[in-house]
Design a protein around this ligand. Structure first.
Ligand SMILES: Cc1ncc(COP(=O)(O)O)c(C=O)c1O
Length: 360
């Protein structure tokens, strides 16, 4: 039996017991309520995780990049949603070729992007992306009928429904406000779907998706599917906004103390190339040190270079060269993308070595 002690550091670990609980909880929350689960693959990019998601009832997967779409298509996943607008000749060519094979729905939010996909002798199913407050992709709800109608009138483009990513709810000042924002995003999307139906469109997909919004938005009557991604692993950002507890976090970076500073700082062999630098500016830390923990919060991780991390605080002073620490990243999805493989673990036991695919 191999244990985490035997692993080279830094290493990315996924706790399979926590992963299983997280997947199970989401599948059970949606099951029997008419809400399909289509998880976002960007969080794991790992077939062993996707397989578990499909086994526990997911109807298909959500993707961001052509690499994710191509990889999952090659794996035979039947129903893929590419929730990013395919713009530029290579992405357009890829979207058309993949649509020709079937099993792919894309997202669109402009006639300009749609024009490049039109008239290619193939039907390209699309959902209209709607901005319910995130301020990234998507048309504002009041323009949805106009834009969807213009795109659907183009040869080869077939409207299937609407989609939103309500990621902005995570920025709410407290959990109650976050939940209100999630419900509001759900209602906005359902109202938009109803307006499209009233304008004569067939709208079968009403798709909402984020981990912070997952406890509220999918349960608004009229929503047909949820696309959470981070829920598989959770992370320190989700702990901060109350989506989970630290004990739910399945993804950790394993690192070793490689040196000590006279001021009590412990230097570890994991920096931003192991953790990603996501949201350090928001949280004030690179990740949360969870083991060995002499008391939660006693080892801080405020700073990192590329391959060096600086652990400070009373707990850090007790660490010795060679000690192992485990760190929950701020953003599981960003951290996954830094790695080509992840070690599945149960407690301290290492169960294998899973490839991370489609990293770009
Ligand atoms: C379009 C889309 N859908 C779903 C998700 C999943 O959200 P989360 O990572 O909060 O679960 C994302 C995340 O960025 C996204 O961009």
């Amino acid at each position: 039996m191999s244990t985490v002690e035997d692993l080279p550091t830094p290493a990315l670990l996924v706790d399979v017991d926590r992963l299983g609980r997280n997947l199970d909880r989401m599948a059970k929350a949606l099951a029997g309520k008419g809400i399909a689960l289509r998880p976002h693959v960007k969080t794991s990019k790992c077939w062993e995780v996707v397989r578990r998601q499909l086994d526990s009832g997911a109807i298909g997967m959500t993707c961001s990049t052509p690499a994710e779409v191509a990889w999952l298509k090659g794996k035979g996943v039947p129903d893929l949603l590419w929730a990013h607008v395919p713009v530029g000749p290579r992405k357009v060519e890829f979207a058309v070729a993949t649509a020709r094979d079937g099993g792919l729905t894309i997202a669109l939010d402009s006639v300009e992007a749609a024009l490049a996909l039109s008239g290619k002798g193939v039907t390209v199913p699309f959902v209209l992306e709607v901005d319910t407050g995130h301020g990234r992709l998507g048309v504002r709800p009041e323009r949805a009928v106009e834009v969807a109608s213009a795109i659907a009138a183009l040869p080869g483009l077939e409207l299937r429904g609407v989609l939103t990513h309500e990621g902005h709810v995570g920025a709410a000042p407290d959990r109650a406000a976050l939940e209100r924002a999630g419900t509001e995003a759900g209602h906005t999307l359902v109202r938009t779907a109803d307006a499209l139906r009233a304008a004569g469109h067939d709208v079968s997909i009403v798709s909402i998706g984020s981990t912070p919004g997952a406890t509220t938005a999918p349960f608004v009557p009229g929503i047909t599917e949820a696309r959470p991604g981070t829920y598989a692993y959770f992370d320190a950002n989700q702990v901060r906004i109350g989506s989970c507890t630290l004990d739910d976090c399945a993804l950790t970076v394993l690192a070793r103390v490689v040196s000590r500073r006279p001021d009590g700082t412990a230097i570890i062999d994991a920096g931003v190339k192991a953790m990603s630098s996501d949201t350090i500016g928001v949280t004030g830390f690179v990740g949360r040190v969870v083991g060995p923990v002499p008391g939660d919060g006693e080892i801080g991780f405020p700073e990192a270079n590329e391959e060096h991390g600086f652990l400070r605080g009373p707990g850090a002073a007790a660490l010795r060269v060679g000690d192992l620490v485990r760190i929950v990243p701020n953003n599981a999805c960003g951290t996954t993308n830094m790695w080509s493989h992840v070690y599945p673990v149960s407690g301290a036991e290492v169960l294998g070595d899973w490839p991370v695919a489609a990293r770009y």
